[in-house]
Design a protein around this ligand. Sequence first.
Ligand SMILES: [Fe+2]
Length: 200
Amino acid sequence: MERAGALRILAIADEECGEPSLRPLPPRVAQVLSGFDTPPRLVAHLRAVHEVAAQLVAWVERECPELVFDREAVLFGAATHDIGKVWHPEELSGPGSLHEESGRRLLLGQQVPQALARFAATHGAWGSADVVVEDLLVSLADKAWKAKRVPELEDLVVAELARASGREVWEEFLRLDEELTRIGEDAGARLAYQASYPVR
Ligand SMILES: [Fe+2]
């Protein structure tokens, strides 16, 4: 990757943006992205989903401290989930799932451990039998950033919360619904932020 392009990618990964307020991508993720011809819009998308994952993680830790999960894995997973679109940029603006396995391979090629690289392959497969709560939270962040509601996915998250807390399912549902509604209030600003970066 030529130097100017790499610097541009690093800038998108952590430049100040007023509206919406987005925390920077983890430095390790920014470093990996800057080593490829990463589309600016993909960097912006990863930043938006990473921000929402961070909000969700903070909410779970506050509201359901009994749920044991790896917060750093969720944040890394959200920050890299679509990284395979570096090799399949057509899937940035159209449908396709080639980026999922490609993303996992790209990360493994950068010495990212399998336990963290896996999210690139699993974020679209939250309905399969072997997903764990970290996968569900990454998948949920990938919907919630644009205020998309997916009842089946939310039910799986609610079940994890209820199992950990001992509270009733309906009560956990109401709590999660309230948080997703709150997060969704900034969806328009996040969509506008992402769309302001070119695909190429
Ligand atoms: Fe995504």
